[in-house]
Design a protein around this ligand. Structure first.
Ligand code: FES
Ligand SMILES: [Fe+2]
Length: 330
């Protein structure tokens, strides 16, 4: 069983791009193996329909936006955000036009990003209390595709054992491989993992936290929302909070769209956004390098036996268990 074999995953919201990415016309995306075209209507609302014209299959993303509709670049058929054909330039009869449709999906903006659900969502997007609160700034970080499984990326986020080895140039390599233990509390639809993580404090990290000394700690409150969303709340010893929202969106079974932004309770004068981003950039590229060297197939039904595990793998095992339960529920 692969991720794209689980129909329940179609009923969740996934961020695919930043709002501003739709300012210059239609954008092609893929979600759970489904090719989509996203665009913005004249009122600024995002739309998502299948990226395949019902006339001769041309990709609608190769077309253009006119009067808020997506227009196919091949023969000019136009569709609205509900998938309804508004215009067939070659036919005067509006009845013929009205019968043509393209599959349409749910789309909305939140947290500066455009989110899509392929079917009626069973959960709303979690509310991030920092969003819009003047005590916090929101810094967009990454929107990019990785050549690996979305599940492996999300499991990795909660894996304290890899830090020492993978993050050698950033906050790992402290000469102590014993990982911080996650204290896990499950809730309906996810879990919270709490830990105090030891971290090397190299220049790149000191730039980002303002902490001094060779070694520091991060108190972490780390929420996971099924299936591919997390929020990592990091508190540094000086009281600075750096809260990372990451979605590891399944583009298909072998590709992930990594979408990440942060909330911080400091100002650009304290730590410039570029420095906050620079540390997370270095960390995520260390992760990407090793994750793209893993098998895109992740065992699900036989997850307890098909790979070997250790105690620090527990968060990922909960995710696998939840995926199997979702597949069984239909
Ligand atoms: S293929 Fe799109 S209008 Fe002909
Ligand atoms: Fe990592």
């Amino acid at each position: 069983m692969n991720l794209t074999d689980i129909p329940a995953l179609r009923r969740y919201w996934y961020p695919l791009c930043r709002e501003a990415d739709l300012d210059n016309g239609p954008l092609a995306q893929r979600l759970l193996g489904v090719d989509l075209v996203l665009w913005k209507s004249d009122d600024g609302k995002p739309n998502a329909v299948r990226d395949r014209c019902p006339h001769r299959t041309a990709k609608l993303s190769r077309g253009f936006v006119e009067n808020g509709a997506i227009v196919c670049g091949y023969h000019g058929w136009a569709f609205d955000g509900a998938g309804k054909c508004l215009k067939i330039p070659q036919r005067a009869d509006p009845a013929a036009t009205g019968k043509m449709r393209v599959d349409a999906f749910h789309a909305k903006t939140y947290g500066g990003h455009v989110w899509v659900a392929l079917e009626n969502p069973v959960e709303d997007i979690p509310v991030f209390a920092e969003d819009g609160d003047p005590a916090w700034r929101r810094i967009p970080e990454f929107v990019e595709n990785w050549a690996c499984s979305a599940l492996r990326v999300m499991e990795n986020e909660f894996d304290n054992a890899h830090i020492e080895y993978v993050h050698q140039a950033t906050f790992g390599n402290t000469r102590d491989p014993i990982p911080a233990e996650n204290e896990i509390e499950e809730f309906a639809g996810g879990f919270v993992a709490r830990a105090v993580v030891r971290a090397a404090n190299r220049k790149i990290g000191a730039d980002y936290t303002g902490a001094t000394g060779d070694l520091t700690t991060r108190t972490t409150v780390h929420r996971y929302w099924f299936p591919f969303l997390r929020k990592l709340e990091l508190t540094f010893p000086n009281g600075l909070c750096h809260r990372i929202v990451t979605a590891t969106v399944p583009v298909d079974d072998a590709h992930t769209r990594l979408v990440q932004w942060v909330y911080r309770n400091d100002t650009d004068a304290d730590v410039p956004a570029e420095k906050a981003i620079a540390f997370d950039r270095a960390v995520t590229l260390e992760d990407k390098d090793i994750l793209e060297a893993t098998d895109p197939y992740v065992p699900l039904r036989d997850y307890m036996t098909a790979e070997r595990h250790m105690p620090s793998d527990k968060p990922g095992l909960i995710m696998r268990r939840m995926l199997v339960a979702a597949a069984d529920a239909g």
